[in-house]
Design a protein around this ligand. Structure first.
Ligand SMILES: Cc1cc2nc3c(=O)[nH]c(=O)nc-3n(C[C@H](O)[C@H](O)[C@H](O)COP(=O)(O)OP(=O)(O)OC[C@H]3O[C@@H](n4cnc5c(N)ncnc54)[C@H](O)[C@@H]3O)c2cc1C
Length: 438
């Protein structure tokens, strides 16, 4: 049902998680929404695709992200569970080891689901395709924008492998959701606009992932997350996923490199995860090869600070802000941005870019604050830091230590990192008291 008409046609560039959620939000306001995607989406979508190579690695969906996805596509959580996604109760079947402390396991009332990224995307794509006003143009590469003085009037696309043969897609709104390689920076320059300021935080993260078959019953939990912390740049995520498999991703933060060699892979697992989990991994049946990835930096583009921006163009998902993946925030933040866009469109299209970029910046601020704060602490372990940064780091360490035996401290920490509560919730007197006593 249309909530308030904003125009005839909107085009979303890129059909990753960001693009799919954006397209869904736009169906409330435009007569038609076209999703343009370079990859072939006609297959079953069981394997990571070329345009989303990160889909091979663990993709934890933070609780806030799952809530928004369910709000945009009601019933999709149950559909995914029925199709094999693994539901788990937080933080009972999710084992969290943060700052070197294994958190007390206690119900929070939140349920999560564990699945691979291609699985999640396949379900969102199916739901998007079911919407009568959505058209998916896969196997089409975005080649540029249609422009009209200071306004974007549509997109230019070319069928895969036919770059010279362009087609024009006129639109009232174009959203760049093409991921880390989003093209808006270059387009702004061509149109005579300034580029936004960029905040670049060097993270030097490396991943190594192996899919394994762990016999049913060997592990009680559904997911084990081991965070990195100053002095320990090695982490891991073990997730039971669809297809009766486990996905084990080793994460090296601040320059640490997980191995692609089986024996060294096991050694890393044994170093960071609890002994019973390591034992189950050692005894597992490997499925395929170990795959690796490297992420040099987190990048935030400050579009909200620009004074001039073309009408008819917005940016969402990783193209707007991408994060150190170790904290699992990207998809939840893309979901928050889709909600921000929906809220802004409810008030019409007047000054849309300015209002949307401001709202999106506000929505993603907590995630950026959490991840860059932790990254700074990682990089500067042992180095001189500001008094405030040192105090905050010491406080978080105390809270993590308290969370090992204090269920409420564990819940408070998990709700903030799951983006359900703002970071300021960690400073509530009841939490402060637990950390200090802890
Ligand atoms: C190694 C790794 C691990 C991660 N782990 C997590 C995690 O645990 N939890 C989490 O929430 N997030 C995680 N993320 C982040 C997450 O992948 C992204 O934040 C999320 O997918 C949103 O991205 P997006 O949709 O904006 O872009 P993408 O997912 O990158 O999608 C962009 C899309 O645009 C298409 N495209 C690009 N150029 C063109 C073009 N010219 N024409 C047409 N189409 C084009 C691509 O094919 C692709 O489909 C991880 C990222 C990495 C790199």
């Amino acid at each position: 049902m249309m909530i308030r008409r904003a125009g005839k046609h909107a085009v979303v560039l890129g059909a990753g998680v960001g693009g799919l959620l954006t397209a869904r939000a736009l169906t409330d306001f435009y007569d038609g929404v076209t999703l343009v995607e370079r990859d072939d989406l006609s297959g079953e979508g069981r394997e990571p695709r070329r345009g989303v190579p990160q889909g091979f690695h663990a993709h934890a969906l933070l609780p806030r992200g799952l809530r928004i996805i369910e709000e945009l596509f009601p019933g999709v959580t149950e559909e995914m569970v029925a199709d094999g996604a693994v539901p788990y109760e937080m933080i009972v079947q999710l084992r969290m080891i943060m700052g070197g402390h294994e958190f007390a396991r206690t119900p929070t009332g939140e349920r999560g689901i564990s699945a691979t990224r291609p699985f999640l995307e396949r379900h969102l794509l199916r739901r998007a395709r079911e919407l009568p006003t959505v058209t998916v143009r896969d196997r089409n590469q975005v080649t540029g924008l249609m422009t009209d003085v200071a306004r974007v009037a549509g997109a230019r696309i070319a069928a895969a492998g036919r770059a010279g043969d362009e087609e024009e897609l006129p639109a009232d709104l174009v959203v760049d959701a093409m991921g880390r390689g989003g093209r808006t920076l270059a387009w702004l320059e061509t149109m005579g606009f300034d580029r936004p300021a960029e905040e670049v935080v060097k993270v030097e993260v490396s991943y190594a992932t192996w899919y394994l078959r762990i016999p049913e019953g060997a592990l009680e939990e559904r997911m084990v997350l081991v965070g990195t912390y100053p002095g320990q740049p090695k982490g891991a995520a073990l997730c039971q996923v669809e297809g009766d498999r486990w996905l084990v991703t080793l994460g090296g933060n601040a320059g640490a490199r997980p191995p692609a060699d089986a024996e060294e892979f096991f050694a890393w697992v044994e170093e960071v995860v609890p002994a019973d989990v390591a034992e189950a991994v050692r005894a597992a049946e490997p499925l395929g090869e170990i795959g690796v990835a490297r992420i040099p930096a987190s990048v935030r583009r400050r579009y909200e600070r620009l004074t001039r921006f073309p009408e008819g163009l917005l940016v969402a998902g990783d193209a707007l802000c991408n994060f150190n993946p170790i904290y699992g925030q990207g998809m939840a933040v893309a979901a928050l941005e889709a909600l921000a866009m929906r809220e802004c469109l409810r008030d019409g299209t007047e000054g849309l870019a300015r209002r949307y970029f401001t709202a999106a910046a506000r929505a993603l601020d907590p995630a950026w604050q959490l991840s860059t704060g932790a990254d700074q602490a990682m990089r500067e372990a042992g180095a001189a830091r500001s008094r405030q940064a040192r105090l905050m780091g010491a406080y978080i360490r105390r809270l993590q230590r308290a969370a090992a035996h204090d269920a409420e401290a564990a819940v408070a920490f998990t709700r903030v990192t799951g983006l359900l509560d703002p970071p300021s919730a960690l400073m509530r007197p009841s939490v402060l008291w637990r950390a200090l006593r802890g």
